[in-house]
Design a protein around this ligand. Structure first.
Ligand code: NAI
Length: 475
């Protein structure tokens, strides 16, 4: 006999589990189906973000940053340590423990909010009683019915044609987070977010990292002042980054991976490495969903087709997160999850795509919100720009972390903040002020006139805002 709910959410990543919790808060009977299995075959709620993405990568970035600081930067603080050792097994176990805390946290939230959880793959069976029938299989075996379904099945790593991930030698984000021994030579294809974050982790732990990027420009999505600074810093740190690289044949054998590639001048090159991370983007995950059973429409790129409000072509079927258009960011999925739950409850809500922040957790961190200077120019928008370096900030000097700057872009006429771009310490935290300012449609003068604590990195944000009108105080 099927179990009946007001809402069934398929997928327990950030978009899905947040949609389920919000719908339950609004008084609906909610089920969430998620198939992720931990090493013991049990459930591991939280999707890619929690299990093989945001959370474990941040754990390893933190551990590897400590290791690098202990090896290279403690001495300048007058701290002497004896010989430095790396217990990679322990580092990876800590990362796994952080993941488990997050898995358990979501399971706890489901209990607290009375969301019924089903462990297994969710797939559409057909239409039923003015709603939908959804099967749960492996390991659970159940049939659920609900008037509304929210699909939040996420994304999977895109493989190079003919080079499947074996997660031993050819690694996606998943395998790149669990390499048992530090590889001597690590190859990375794609200098996007995952390539840079994973490349940074393994370089800090001692690998020689070579990154091959197809595009001639580095970090094309970022403001090019930020991208230029990042390329300079990452190269100085030891990442070998080749832009305009055309990857050819890839040979994988027990000894490692050999990549034939052409450099930007068309010269044949070869990259021999012990492991290869392929981070060339992700694709929507609709495999096994059986959307065809109910006529769920995909777009030409394989994403579930949705309108601005995450409605699919089917009545009462919604889709959120990586499986629909827009940036593949956990927090974008969460916003959509909340918005859909509230729309189902008859409320009115809005996701502002213009104020979704981007963060790359390298060192220095990179974060931005709103259009880049290049995008404003291309759109013909009249703007003013102001930048301020961390080098001129007391807190950054005390931290010993003075790389980078904050850059403001504001409307030339009314001074409204259009975009904020940061490369520097704690950029991931500093960007929040810019997001709030843009949501409230603040001007750069507003930020320049707000009292910021001294000494703090946030003073760099204030000074960059003042710099828009050429009135920075400390530079
Ligand atoms: P990405 O889209 O960030 O970068 C992929 C890079 O690979 C691009 O620079 C692209 O030009 C390059 N590329 C594509 N095909 C290539 C080829 N054949 N040869 C050489 N280079 C090639 O994708 P990535 O890093 O795989 O990340 C996937 C998604 O995960 C992103 O959309 C990102 O938003 C998300 N993510 C976000 C994180 C964060 O917010 N900090 C962390 C990790 C991932």
């Amino acid at each position: 006999m099927s179990k009946n709910f007001d809402v069934v959410v398929i997928g327990g990543g950030p978009a899905g589990y947040i949609a389920a919790i919000r719908a339950a808060q609004l008084g609906m009977a909610v089920a969430c189906i998620d198939q992720w299995k931990n090493a013991k075959g049990g459930p591991a709620l939280g999707g890619t973000c929690t299990n093989v993405g945001c959370i474990p990568s941040k754990a390893l970035l933190q551990s590897s940053e400590h290791y690098e600081a202990a090896g290279h930067h403690f001495a300048e603080h007058g701290i002497q340590i004896g010989s430095l050792g790396l217990d990679l097994k322990k580092m990876l176990a800590r990362k796994d423990a952080v993941v488990k805390q997050n898995n358990d946290g979501i399971a706890y939230l489901f209990k607290k909010n009375k969301v019924a959880f089903f462990h297994g793959r969710g797939s559409f069976v057909g239409k039923a009683d003015g709603g939908y029938e959804v099967a749960v299989s492996e390991p659970a075996n159940e049939t659920l019915t609900a008037k509304r379904v929210v699909v939040a099945t996420g994304s999977v790593a895109r493989a190079l044609p003919g080079v499947p991930f074996d997660e031993k030698l050819v690694l996606s984000n998943d395998g790149a987070l669990s390499i048992a021994d530090v590889p001597k030579r690590l190859g990375v294809i794609g200098s996007g977010v995952i390539g840079l974050e994973m490349g940074s982790v393994w370089r800090r732990l001692g690998a020689e990292v070579t990154v091959l990027e197809a595009l001639p420009t580095f970090l094309g999505a970022a403001d090019q002042d930020v991208a230029k600074e990042a390329l300079k810093v990452f190269t100085k740190q030891g990442l070998k980054i080749h832009l305009g690289a055309t990857v050819g044949a890839i040979a994988v054998d027990k000894g490692g991976v050999s990549v034939a590639w052409k450099d930007a001048n068309g010269a044949e090159q070869k990259l021999d490495c012990d492991r290869l991370v392929v981070s060339i983007g992700r694709i929507p995950n609709t495999a096994g969903l059986s959307g065809e059973a109910v006529g769920l429409k995909l777009d030409e790129r394989g994403f579930i087709a949705v309108d601005n409000d995450c409605r699919t072509n089917l009545p009462n079927v919604w889709a959120v997160g990586d499986v629909v258009r827009g940036p593949m960011l956990a927090h974008k999925g969460e916003e959509e999850g909340v918005a859909v739950a509230e729309r189902i409850a008859g409320q009115h809500c809005h996701v502002n795509f213009n104020t979704i922040p981007w963060v790359i957790y390298t060192s220095p961190e990179i974060a931005w919100v709103g259009p880049t200077e290049q995008q404003l120019k291309a759109a013909g928008r009249a703007y003013k720009a102001g930048s301020f370096p961390f080098m001129a900030n007391g807190r950054a000097r005390a931290l010993g972390d003075t790389t980078g700057f904050v850059k403001f872009l504001a409307d030339a006429t009314n001074d409204e903040i259009l975009g904020v771009h940061i490369i520097g310490p704690f950029a991931s935290e500093l960007i929040a002020e810019a997001v709030v300012a843009m949501e409230f449609r603040a001007s750069s003068e507003d930020i320049g006139r707000i009292c910021h604590a001294h000494p703090s990195l946030s003073e760099v944000t204030k000074e960059a805002a003042l710099a828009v009108d050429k009135r920075a105080l400390n530079f």
